[in-house]
Ligand binder design. Structure first.
Ligand code: HXC
Length: 258
């Protein structure tokens, strides 16, 4: 029996999959689900046998947002005391690359969860949006920051101030998602991408993720220095020696992930 009640987890070919599983609420993210997603992801992040984490939902909904019914009766003191949504910060600190396969609705916290991943593969029929404005609030899981960094001020203001949903084609055009595929191909495509990443040397995929991530946290000069130092440090790994000799010997590298 699964140790989780709101998600289903599995691992295959160095890819750990977390499937959101509250179909009756379109995968609305309640506190339990937030805790389970982050706990599972942290466990996978610590597992040397996992090279990529894949997050997915159902065909109808990746996630229709934070659970409105659970938040409705709360007051400021409760939200502040619990530091509601703080737990998501732990997900964004993981070093393992995260791929999201998004079908159906990715609204509010659902869109924000997708944006916490490193690569979003979207189904043609996927819908993205930050509709919090219609509930008398604003994004609270990073939407105003990550969306703006991903797509720029013009589109972020448009989506957040009006609550307008965008389709997958627009999401790809503005740089919110990496790829759009046919609805019935989204999980297969995301799995292929996740397995490809997981087949590479883990220190280099982790450091690549950290280096790209630092572009959002630092000045250009600090980011370039961080990248260069990361690049230098990879010359301490067995996989660097293996990767470069395999190239010279015209054979495939055999990664040891160290
Ligand atoms: C709780 C939700 C939910 C949510 C859907 N449900 N979204 N429950 N929180 N975010 C529930 C519905 O109440 C309903 O339960 C069941 O899921 C099916 O949803 P329907 O509305 O009947 O489906 P449909 O008509 O197909 O419409 C789909 C939808 C709509 C367009 C996605 O459900 C919708 O607008 N949902 C809310 C989207 C939203 O506003 N998200 C942002 C949340 S705020 P019952 O029991 O009636 O069958 C957020 C904030 C972060 O994320 C920071 C703010 C503090």
């Amino acid at each position: 029996m699964s140790e989780y009640s709101t998600i289903v987890v599995s691992t295959e070919s160095r890819v750990a999959t977390i499937q959101l599983n509250r179909p009756e609420a379109l995968n609305a993210l309640n506190a339990e689900m937030m805790e389970e997603i982050v706990t599972a992801a942290m466990g996978f992040d610590a597992d040397p046998g996992v090279g990529t984490i894949l997050i997915t939902g159902s065909q109808k909904a990746f996630a229709a947002g934070a659970d409105i019914k659970q938040m409705a009766d709360r007051g400021y003191a409760d939200m502040y005391a619990d530091d509601w949504f703080r737990r998501w910060d732990d997900l964004t600190r993981l070093r393992t690359p995260i791929v999201s396969a998004v079908s159906g609705f990715a609204l509010g916290g659902g869109c924000e969860l997708a944006m916490m991943s490193d690569i979003i593969i979207a189904a043609e029929g996927a819908k993205f949006g930050q509709p919090e404005i219609n509930l008398g609030v604003i994004p609270g899981m990073g939407g105003s920051q990550r969306l703006t960094r991903a797509v720029g001020k013009a589109k972020a203001m448009d989506m957040i101030l009006t609550g307008r949903r965008i389709d997958a084609a627009e999401a790809e055009r503005i740089g919110l998602v990496s790829r759009v595929v046919a609805d019935d191909q989204v999980l297969a495509e995301a799995t292929t991408v996740a397995e490809l990443i997981a087949s590479k040397s883990k220190p280099s995929t982790q450091m690549a993720k950290e280096a790209v991530g630092s572009a959002f946290e630092s000045t250009l000069g600090q980011g370039l220095l961080f990248e260069r130092r990361m690049f230098h440090s990879l010359f301490a790994t067995e996989d660097q020696a293996e990767g470069m000799s395999a190239f010279a010997q015209k054979r495939d590298p055999v990664w040891r992930h160290r």
